[in-house]
Ligand binder design. Structure first.
Ligand SMILES: C[S@@+](CC[C@H](N)C(=O)[O-])C[C@H]1O[C@@H](n2cnc3c(N)ncnc32)[C@H](O)[C@@H]1O
Length: 270
């Protein structure tokens, strides 16, 4: 652990010293997205080294989504090939919704509704899917702790899922207001083709949600996680631990990780 920390500091210092060489190249590489280039360079410099090292040791597999999901078409026009590799925010949700449209799950479960942005994106990408989305009610303190940065995400009940309220998709969305620590996965066993784990980011909460997701996912279904990134230590710790016993895949240049449950998938939704 001590050795790892020394290596990390050494690598950051070295990269900082060499910045005049690589920084202009990064900016050129992301031409048209100069700011993205700078941001990604900064991430590479100060953060990614640690996550990369940890991911590699745990056996987490890095994948290019276009190779892992042949035929993945960015048909919704959310994302074009040239944008691939630009900033996380602009890439992850479009990619996620393209994946959802590609895999066409019938039953979707989301840990962590927040305003319901991802819920609505999933509902729109899969026009026949039924979605269940869970969020802790009101400003209650989660039993398994909350990452400090997430305090502001504890919403008043009327704000949870506000993005999809009143939309045509709302009739296919069921909201559960519950601390995920209290969710009984046996009621949902093997049911969902797609599970999005994105609620509390404390180590205990991510592990609770992930282990429940493993029970709730259908054969051949997918569990996706958000925020596998150096700012989210709880997510990184839990997923690198889980990657020792399951083949977890980290989508290149994103903070998305997924796992495909063994077995044959159900027929697609349409
Ligand atoms: C990162 S936000 C979710 C964002 C949303 N999934 C999206 O992609 O648009 C995390 C949400 O999880 C909720 N949350 C945090 N801890 C929770 C817990 N223990 N149980 C259920 N929800 C929790 C927070 O209130 C917040 O709304």
């Amino acid at each position: 652990m001590h050795k790892e920390r020394i290596l990390r500091v050494f690598s950051a210092l070295l990269q900082m010293l060499l910045a005049p060489l690589w920084l202009p190249l990064w900016i050129l590489r992301y031409r048209g997205h100069a700011l993205d280039g700078v941001l990604r360079a900064r991430e590479t410099l100060v953060r990614e080294t640690w996550v990369n090292a940890r991911a590699q040791r745990s056996g987490l597999v890095r994948v290019n989504p276009f190779e892992a999901f042949p035929g993945l078409a960015l048909q919704k026009g959310f994302l074009s090939a040239e944008h691939w590799g630009s900033s996380h925010d602009r890439v992850e949700y479009p990619l996620l919704t393209a994946l959802c449209a590609h895999l066409r799950p019938r039953w979707i479960f989301e840990f962590g509704t927040f305003h319901g942005e991802a819920t609505l994106l999933f509902a729109r990408s899969c026009p026949e899917a039924r979605i269940t989305t869970l969020n802790i009610p009101g400003r209650k303190d989660p039993k398994l702790g909350l990452d400090f940065q997430q305090r502001s995400e504890l919403l008043m009940e009327e704000k949870i899922g506000i993005c999809f309220r009143g939309t045509p998709e709302a009739s296919r969305i069921e909201q559960i207001l519950l601390d995920s620590a209290d969710l009984d996965p046996s009621h949902h066993q093997g049911r969902y083709d797609w599970i999005w784990v994105d609620a509390g980011h404390s180590y205990e909460c991510v592990c609770n949600d992930s282990d429940k997701a493993f029970e709730m996912v259908a054969p051949g279904g997918y569990v996706f996680w958000h925020d596998f990134d150096p700012t989210q230590k709880g997510v990184v710790r839990c997923l690198t631990e889980r990657a020792r016993s399951r083949k977890l895949c980290w989508i290149d240049r994103t903070s998305l990780v997924y796992w495909r449950a063994p077995g044959e998938a159900r027929p697609k939704s349409f």
